[in-house]
Write a protein that binds this ligand. Structure first.
Ligand SMILES: [Zn+2]
Ligand SMILES: [Zn+2]
Length: 302
């Protein structure tokens, strides 16, 4: 394990505080990234399957009907109460169609071990699907539900990414707590240091549900906000563009990926292709600060 000093470059000009997801490319690019990370990887089969799942998300998003956004009154109320404009408890009904479509697309490519779970999802009634979504949102997942949860998460990502993409970013405000999405209130999956005009070398946290990104200064802990006890860990350069940013103040960590190392990095895919890094920092006593929804298990099911 190597500990890297943090190389901080202040921004040269005003940068966008919030980047909304671009639905025409987001899930398709993620699918390509999973496929490229799978090549020669010890977990190639799993990463390739997640690539197929991301491709199914792309197709499900294209098939969505027009979903209603919160109106101006609801937006003003949310802002007044310091709440995000999207409420994950109010899922558009179309999310269930997205889930059934994703499950049907994934089934021919899925390993034998989850075939029965996918069939149960395809045949489930609305109440059962809502029960699973509630369990995911409340972090209360029964062992018997665990294998179906990544597909439930995939469908929720589709509808909330579509909704987030249609906001006006200038109407959104970041929260004081770094690790909270300004659009849907979920924690970030990872952060990404971006290249490009006006955002060069800036760090953005990436929402685990709606794929919105928001700028947070580099070299601060995204969980507790300290700038004192933050360090970066990597495994002798073998985990590609991902490092783990650890904080000795609150003992948490989150991955950080660098476009400078590879412009195609994706916070969700690169996070899952670097699980060895999670094991390393977990053994060192750090707890992960935000979930990857493709990696949720009930504790008993692991
Ligand atoms: Zn979000
Ligand atoms: Zn901290």
């Amino acid at each position: 394990m190597q500990t890297q000093p943090i190389d901080f470059h202040p921004p040269a000009e005003e940068a966008a505080p919030i980047l909304l997801p671009v639905t025409t490319t987001l899930f398709a690019d993620r699918a390509d990234r999973f496929a490229s990370l799978a090549s020669g990887h010890a977990l190639a089969d799993w990463l390739n399957f997640l690539g197929a799942l991301s491709r199914a998300q792309h197709d499900a998003l294209k098939a969505l009907p027009a979903l209603p956004l919160p109106d101006a009154t609801a937006l003003a109320q949310a802002r007044q109460h310091g709440m995000p404009p999207l409420d994950l408890g109010k899922r558009p009904a179309a999310w269930r169609d997205s889930l059934r479509q994703i499950a049907r697309s994934a089934q021919p490519l899925a390993p034998e071990t989850i075939q029965a779970d996918l069939q149960r999802l395809i045949e489930a009634d609305d109440a059962e699907l809502d029960r699973l979504a509630d369990a995911l949102m409340q972090g209360n997942i029964a062992p018997g539900d665990a294998l179906r949860i990544p597909f439930v998460a995939a469908a929720l990502q589709v509808v909330f990414t579509d909704l987030a993409s249609r906001f006006d970013a200038s109407q959104l405000v970041k929260f004081e707590q770094h690790n909270v999405c300004p659009c849907c209130g979920s924690p970030a999956v990872a952060s990404v240091v971006r290249l490009g005009a006006a955002i060069n070398n800036l760090r953005y946290l990436h929402c685990s549900v709606c794929n919105t990104e928001w700028n947070v200064p580099r070299a601060v802990c995204t969980s507790c906000g300290t700038d004192k006890d933050v360090a970066q860990q990597e495994i002798d350069g073998k985990q590609g563009a991902a490092r783990a940013e650890t904080c000795d103040s609150c003992k948490s960590y989150l991955k950080i990926v660098y476009q400078e190392k590879d412009p195609r990095v994706d916070p969700v895919a690169d996070d899952l292709a670097s699980l060895a890094l999670d094991l390393l920092v977990d053994e060192a006593g750090y707890e992960r600060a935000g979930p990857n929804l493709f990696l949720i298990h009930a504790p008993e099911a692991v």
